[in-house]
Design a protein around this ligand. Structure first.
Ligand SMILES: Nc1ncnc2c1ncn2[C@@H]1O[C@H](COP(=O)(O)OP(=O)(O)OP(=O)(O)O)[C@@H](O)[C@H]1O
Ligand SMILES: [Mg+2]
Length: 386
């Protein structure tokens, strides 16, 4: 085992204990606000990151993700609010005393330094003995599978290798918290997928509390223990990937995380817990909470994932009618696009794992669409809610 991993073992053990006692907080933000002139980059953000977990900040460009990381790292100061690391207030603690490892959005390697010197930078700044620096740099490079390229400069490394050097540089100081700001955005799709697995494995092995920033919902769903979804400087929802995907709190989260169809429908019935949505010949159960204040007969938008829609012959009792316009073959499944008058935007996406979907439902075919499963959600129409 590398010395990095060995150092982290006690933390791994404490993490298990913490999980069984209801959680131990590594990073906490309370009502943190940050403005740049007229721009409200972060609005009263409140967030708890548990020790040892990998939390993702997911949100569109400009929603405040990098601002939040830079506040935790200490490169920015909040206008208001409290920041704690390991239970200690750090609002006035300089960055180098916060024991944080950070991979910046653009790697920010020092171009004139070799890979090994880049990785060892933080240790030299901490005035560790030369031998100790050498040992820990070698461990960190081995951890990210880069042994052998120690002497190369950044311009002699591929994008993926530069990314690993940046990761090793962040990990080598054995940080309390690892902050990764879109570390994979410059990589091609397959390298990105393999680096996702590697980051997750290294994170697990070291047990290091990690905040990972991305605007890629697939990356967030596959990597995270929990996801915090951000829009416009605010944290909208925090939950496990399954909670965020299956129980999005509002239509913004439902639309941003995963593909979704929005169908114009009406409320059939509503009580304290359950409502039904009437759509064509189907009555679809949904949770009533997002529809609070609505009455039977009111308009409602039904949110349905593409895998919850099924195609059938038009004569059957269906929720909607449509005409097939496009097939996108995806290997394990087929995405079929349909023109349908009940769809917001006029188009539906149906994800079919039937092996003969393309021949059974050819372009131009008139089809029926049914909704299945218990995961449909409904919200009041957008024009009713500014
Ligand atoms: N130093 C700054 N001066 C002025 N405005 C800033 C500064 N840094 C960030 N902003 C603004 O604050 C908002 C949040 O920026 P931030 O960099 O946190 O977004 P982000 O979610 O990381 O976006 P991206 O996904 O594009 O990296 C944006 O409107 C941005 O233009
Ligand atoms: Mg950013």
């Amino acid at each position: 085992m590398s010395s990095l991993a060995a150092e982290r073992q006690p933390r791994l053990a404490s993490q298990v204990a913490a999980d069984t006692t209801g959680g131990d907080v590594a990073v906490e933000l309370r009502d943190v606000t940050k403005t740049f002139g007229q721009v409200h980059a972060l609005k009263e953000a409140t967030l708890c990151v548990r020790r040892g977990e990998l939390m993702t900040l997911l949100g569109p460009s400009g929603c405040g993700k990098s601002t939040l990381l830079n506040l935790i790292a200490g490169f920015l100061a909040p206008d208001r609010g409290e920041l704690e690391i390991d239970g200690h207030r750090v609002n006035d603690t300089p960055p180098y005393k916060r024991e944080i490892g950070m991979v910046f959005q653009n790697y920010a390697l020092f171009p004139h330094m070799s890979a090994a010197d880049n990785v060892g930078y933080g240790l030299r700044m901490r005035r560790l003995a030369k031998q100790e620096v050498g040992r820990r740099v070698a461990d960190a490079l081995a951890l990210v599978r880069l042994s052998g390229i120690e002497e190369r400069r950044p311009h002699q490394l591929s994008g993926g290798q530069q990314q690993r050097v940046a990761l090793a540089r962040a990990l080598v100081i054995s940080p309390k918290v690892l902050l990764l700001d879109e570390p994979l955005s410059a990589l091609d799709r397959s390298l990105r997928a393999s680096m996702q697995v590697e980051i997750k494995e290294i994170q697990r092995q070291l047990g290091v509390t990690t905040l990972f920033v991305t605007h890629d919902q697939g990356e967030a769903l596959s990597l995270s223990d929990r996801i915090a979804v951000m829009f416009d400087g605010q944290i909208h929802q925090i939950g496990s990937p399954a909670e965020i995907y299956r129980r999005p709190k509002d239509r913004l989260v439902a639309s941003f995380v995963g593909d979704v169809n929005v169908l114009r429908a009406r409320l059939g019935s509503i009580d304290r817990t359950t409502a039904t949505i009437s759509l064509g010949g189907q009555s679809i159960p949904v949770a009533s909470e997002p529809l609070a204040g609505c009455k039977p007969g009111d308009r409602a938008d039904l949110f349905v994932r593409p895998e919850q829609l099924h195609l059938s012959e038009t004569g059957e009792l269906v929720a909607a009618q449509g005409t097939v316009t496009t097939h996108i073959y995806q290997g394990g499944h087929v995405d079929l696009y349909l023109l349908s008058p009940v769809a917001a935007g006029g188009r539906l996406l149906v994800r079919s794992s039937e092996p003969d979907a393309i021949t059974r439902w050819p372009v131009g075919a008139a089809v029926g669409v049914t909704v299945s499963g218990a995961d449909a959600l409904a919200f009041p129409p957008q024009d009713d809610k500014p």
